[in-house]
Design a protein around this ligand. Structure first.
Ligand code: 6GU
Length: 257
């Protein structure tokens, strides 16, 4: 995976830490940052210029970006899948992360400044945005895309951490988790988790995942993959929540927002 950027210095602290570091050490992924400025032709290493027609800010020039992508293609000897990071792109998601993780060669282009020359878009197979807000540059977005995608590369996470158990992988949020102590400042861990009946625990976890999704992201339930049993749990949760609302409780030890 290649990241084209004007600020390669932003990446090492992120990539040389934790899971991404381990994935590189195990040769499961190879990440290289490519400094766009290195492909500027003139003595001043110019990568941006004034917009034609006037207006504020600077625009990223096309030549160095094209040159950089050409150089990557030559090095690879194959056509990479090129992603342009822009707030105008397709909204990033777990599904897209999974798709990108399957690409053998990925190039992420992180623009900066007010914008980039429109002709840079022609280089990209896909434009991706990480959300409806504007960042000062595509670097943080590239880190988000890379981090979320790497988790779907086989072997990067252990079985226990598997991305397939995460929030969103089956369209649901994860339920609550606890560790010791069993009681902390009056807040108790649910009895069922302490009792050690594994079937009950699995069922409770699934039910609480459904409850959490219903309360926080009901929109996700419309597209989630729910089994018949899940739908029964959902019915139960809806009834329980109605009853709880009628009683006016604030659901256990968590403060409601
Ligand atoms: Cl990909 N880039 C920038 N600069 N801002 C963004 C974004 C990307 N996604 C959301 N905001």
């Amino acid at each position: 995976m290649y990241i084209l950027t004007l600020f390669p210095g932003m990446f090492p602290p992120v990539f040389n830490t934790s899971i991404i570091k381990r994935a590189q050490e195990q040769d499961l992924v190879r990440i290289r940052t490519v400094d766009i400025r290195g492909f500027a032709k003139d003595a001043h290493k110019t990568v941006d210029d004034y917009p034609y027609g006037g207006g504020p800010g600077m625009v990223l020039k096309p030549e160095p970006v094209y040159e950089a992508v050409d150089w990557i293609k030559q090095e690879l000897g194959r056509e990479p899948f090129v992603v342009l990071l822009t707030p105008q792109g397709r909204r990033f998601s777990a599904g897209l992360a999974r798709q990108l993780a399957q690409k053998p060669d990925l190039v992420l282009i992180a623009g900066h400044y007010e914008g980039f020359d429109e002709r840079i878009r022609c280089l990209a197979h896909m434009e991706v945005s990480v959300g409806d807000y504007v960042l000062t540059g595509g670097e943080l977005a590239a880190m988000v895309v890379l981090d979320a995608s790497i988790r779907f590369v086989p072997g990067v996470l252990g079985d226990k951490e598997s991305a397939l158990q995460d929030s969103f992988s089956d369209g649901l949020l994860e339920g609550p988790q606890y560790t010791r102590p069993a009681e902390f400042r009056g807040m108790k861990v649910p009895e069922i988790l302490l009792a050690g009946r594994h079937e009950d625990i699995s069922r409770w976890r699934r039910k609480e995942a459904i409850r959490r999704t219903l309360k926080r992201r009901p929109d996700l339930l419309e597209t989630a993959c729910l089994t018949f049993e899940d739908r029964c749990l959902l019915e139960q949760v809806i009834d329980e929540e109605k009853a709880s609302e009628a009683r006016g409780d604030n659901c256990g030890h968590h403060k409601t927002n």
